[in-house]
Design a protein around this ligand. Sequence first.
Ligand SMILES: [Fe+2]
Length: 241
Amino acid sequence: MMFGLFKKQVPEKHAGHHLLTDMHSHLLPGIDDGAPDIATSISLIKGLAALGYTWLITTPHIMNDMYPNTPHIINERLHDLRQALSKQNIDIQIEAAAEYYVDEFFEELLQTEELICLPGNKILVEQSMLQAYPRFKDVVYELRLKGYTPIIAHPERYVYMAEQKHDYQWFKDSGCLLQVNLLSLQGYYGKSERKLAEYLYREGMIDLYGTDCHHDRHLARLSKFATETNAIRLSENTKIY
Ligand SMILES: [Fe+2]
């Protein structure tokens, strides 16, 4: 089993020993299906800090009518959260970008609005878990033409891709980065997701790892994973800049 690779030889704490970056989470209060309020945001951030994360780039959903977030809303929440963190003397670097859901709405946004990027003009995109968006590849072309580097969020969670694994290589060849959720390697989302995550790991295709942390159940699983294996340290390879 691949997680032999990450098994701890000696039990040790992660806290503060390594510089870890997380570039995918839902920690801003009350604007998507992540933290509902500031108290929860802070408790999740404390939990991630305890795992050793020192730099968080949180990525609220932007998804048509469901989460109609804008740069203005996101920056306002980030400002509130930073103030609350500093009041409590919690020393962590936190920034915000977004996770864009690719559909017709996004295609329109792409023509009309400036997108919220991660460092280096990288843009985090996801699509439906049920079926591929028919024009997803066209959107990738368009993003590349406009000078963005698409980061495909959790490609292992699109289980329909198990039948079309060549598309993973297509993404790579088209200039995309692949970001796997740590919890997929842990088995949190299910067997198929884990198998695809392991496949991408074995093939050396993973560019970035993310927590995709939404709530305390994610945090609890991540903590368990960190206690049992060294896998959280994969985030050390997360060079986002
Ligand atoms: Fe996410």
